[in-house]
Design a protein around this ligand. Structure first.
Ligand code: DX5
Ligand code: ZN
Length: 212
């Protein structure tokens, strides 16, 4: 699996170095959790930080918008240099228009479902999607344990997309010991915050998280 370290678990006093470390270890993406304190009970960072990180990194910026009414900020996150923008189906009243706006800007369009939201809720939007992000924890915080029932939703999403070219990404609670379960369920891209940034040996952690 492709591994996207979640920056929320990195050392915020050394973010530039942390991005360089990801690249030096051979990873090609970083997961950036944007939280507004309204959609989730936590706040992290916004487009201003992403814009400055963009200047110092060529990694794929995988932006996870945990914000209410994300349509308001799509242009900002496109301009900040996002490569993937994922919105929450629970946070928008017009998913099609949001997803099309992201795609029209040449950015991959993703949608995420919280643990209690069924995968079937995404059925109407499959033709507008490049990525599905399955939350395997309640969004808002790193360092939680994966919810086992949510790992099954990865397989449901894989079945739902059929032969469509849609990336299945999973987010939350991935560890070096459960990564194979995510892979076996059909995950293409695995987010890892704690398991990567808090690892004693990140290269070793990366090789286990890939689960190849
Ligand atoms: C949670 C975020 C996840 C989280 C992953 O709301 O979307 O990306 O940071 O962190 P770990 O891998 O530590 O669960
Ligand atoms: Zn995330």
């Amino acid at each position: 699996m492709r591994v996207a370290p979640s920056l929320i678990s990195a050392d915020f006093a050394r973010l530039g170095e942390e991005l360089e470390n990801i690249r030096a270890l051979g990873l090609d993406a970083v997961h950036l959790d944007v939280m507004d304190g309204a959609f989730v009970p936590n706040m992290t960072f916004g487009q201003v930080l992403i814009r400055s990180l963009r200047r110092s990194s060529a990694l794929c910026f995988d932006i996870h918008l945990m914000i209410e009414k994300p349509g308001r900020y799509i242009d900002d996150f496109v301009a900040a240099g996002s490569d993937i923008i994922t919105i929450h189906i629970e946070a928008t009243d017009d998913p099609v228009s949001d997803l099309r706006r992201i795609r029209e800007a040449g950015v991959l369009a993703g949608v995420s479902v919280k643990p209690k939201t069924p995968v079937s809720a995404l059925e109407p939007y499959l033709d507008d999607l490049d990525l599905i992000l399955i939350m395997t924890v309640e969004p808002g915080f790193g360092g939680q344990g994966a919810i086992p029932e949510c790992i099954k939703k990865i397989a449901e999403a894989k079945a739902l997309i059929g032969s469509r070219n849609i990336i299945i990404e999973a987010d939350g609670g991935a560890t070096v010991s459960n990564a194979a379960q995510f892979r076996d369920a059909g995950c293409d891209m695995l987010v890892a915050g704690t398991a990567f940034f808090k690892a004693a040996d990140r290269a070793e952690a990366y090789s286990a998280l890939k689960a190849e």
